[in-house]
Design a protein around this ligand. Structure first.
Ligand code: SAJ
Length: 425
């Protein structure tokens, strides 16, 4: 069996390597010659736990190769980006260009599987495009027995656990027709240990969007609570901890906003698909984005109250214990503070080697946590890295702390200007 994986990014490369390890011959296709050369030399261009060793092994055994050029295969897995534009419209042009790339080598009996997070209807759009490019092949859903099977199967892995979750997570496999779903199911069963459940392509597309929207909506609930509780002078983390003692309540954690490449993006695909009815989903996005502005405003109030103190921003990553700073609310907050307060702002990020570009020219510098504890008077906690959590209360004595992640429950709350205490003028 020859498998081609189109797009060697965070999902495509681990997927290609795992399929190769299960014994198939895999060709990874990417538009970037740099990525292709890196993989062919047995190395990786992305950081993911255990990926380097796996790729090195399968490349050395001749099971995985990379190329910029497509070749005939039995299965094509498409894992390319589907970004959103400034006005939150999904851009499926990379999916369509992947379809154009494989069209010339498609043959009867092949299976095409889309894994990219996609607006509902994308798999059908891809089918329609393939049908116009290859009138000699019968595509599924157009009556009769098709020559090619087409399915949608979203990934749902967590960065940092990708190799484990690609194998152990359940998979939802949506076929253009039930026959297409069964064909794709046979493919995934070769390397997935989780349950594989079949449905339609449209439903599977929606499942992926719904999963990340569920999380976004629930984080928005926590973020809204945090702003309300702050105004009332209540510790939101204590409230959430106590409310979660209820057997059917499970509130997520507030923070400085929602980052990463999925949760802050995917809900827009649903909103774009039905703007009139996707009301909670849209509002949740707005609440989470507004939380970032709120944190900047509150941190600024605090900083203005201590004009002689240097400011330590703790964390830049988009979530705890990872070195990914893209789409990070912590970077957004710290960069705005750095632009406003210049060299008074110190950045503490054990996962960063250099200062991210957002801070160039601001005068802000990267320092380590020990120096921050020695020199800074105001602390703005933006990421719940374990290394920050472990700083004992004695070392934080006398510090003015704005803790957006609730990592230091024993720290006295910074005296916020209490503007809105319910019922009190
Ligand atoms: N966050 C909070 N409060 C919480 C949980 C998360 O503020 O209680 C924030 C994080 O700090 C971060 C953002 O949300 O900024 C997203 O982090 P995450 O850990 O929830 O998710 P991602 O983006 O790393 O991965 C998600 C996962 N989806 C779900 O958990 C439903 C993952 O399974 C998906 O595969 C991935 O999106 C994706 O690729 O779609």
């Amino acid at each position: 069996q020859q498998v081609s994986v189109i797009g060697l990014g965070y999902i495509g490369l681990p997927t290609a390597a795992l399929i190769a390890r299960s014994g198939a011959r895999v060709l990874g296709i990417d538009v970037s010659p740099h990525v292709v050369a890196t993989v062919n030399s047995g190395r990786v261009h992305i950081e993911e736990v255990d990926l380097d060793g796996l790729v090195q092994g399968v490349v050395a055994r001749g099971l995985l190769r990379a190329s910029t050029q497509v070749e005939p295969s039995d299965v094509f897995v498409i894992a390319v980006p589907t970004p959103v534009s400034e006005d939150h419209a999904p851009d499926i042009s990379f999916v369509l260009s992947a379809a154009r790339t494989i069209a010339p080598v498609l043959k009867a009996g092949d299976t095409v599987i889309l894994e990219s997070t996609s607006p509902v209807g994308t798999t059908e759009a891809m089918r329609d495009l393939l049908a116009t490019l290859r009138t000699d092949l019968k595509m599924p859903g157009q009556g009769g027995v098709p020559d090619v099977s087409i399915a949608y199967c979203p990934e749902r892995v967590l960065p940092g656990r990708i190799l484990v979750e690609l194998i152990d997570n359940d998979r939802c496999i949506g076929g253009i027709t039930p026959r297409c779903a069964r064909k794709a199911l046979g493919f995934y069963r070769q390397f997935v240990r989780g349950q594989c459940i079949t449905t339609t392509a449209r439903a599977a597309e929606m499942v992926k969007l719904v999963e990340n929207s569920f999380r976004d909506v629930n984080i928005a609930f926590a973020n809204e609570l945090s702003v309300i509780a702050e105004g009332m002078g209540i510790d939101v983390w204590e409230v959430i901890r106590l409310a979660n003692r209820h057997p059917r309540v499970n509130i997520l954690q507030p923070g400085p906003g929602v980052g990463g490449h999925c949760i802050a993006v995917d809900p827009w695909f649903i909103v774009h698909g039905d703007p009139d009815n996707a009301r909670i989903i849209r509002t949740a996005r707005e609440v989470n984005d507004a939380k970032t502005d709120h944190v900047v405003a509150k941190a600024s109030d605090l900083i203005d109250a201590y004009p002689a103190a240097d400011i330590a921003c703790l964390g830049l990553a988009f979530k705890a214990n990872i070195d990914d700073f893209r789409e990070s609310p912590a970077v957004k907050v710290a960069a705005r503070l750095a632009r406003r307060y210049g060299r008074r702002v110190k950045l503490v990020e054990p996962y960063a080697q250099d200062l991210p570009v957002d801070f160039v020219g601001t005068g802000a510098e990267l320092i380590d946590i020990d120096i921050a504890l020695e020199r800074c008077g105001v602390f703005v906690v933006l990421v719940d890295h374990d290394i920050f959590k472990s700083v004992p209360v004695e070392e934080r004595a006398g510090k003015i702390v704005y803790d957006t992640r609730g990592i230091w429950p024993d720290q006295p709350m910074a005296a916020m200007p209490v503007a809105r205490v319910a019922g009190v003028a």
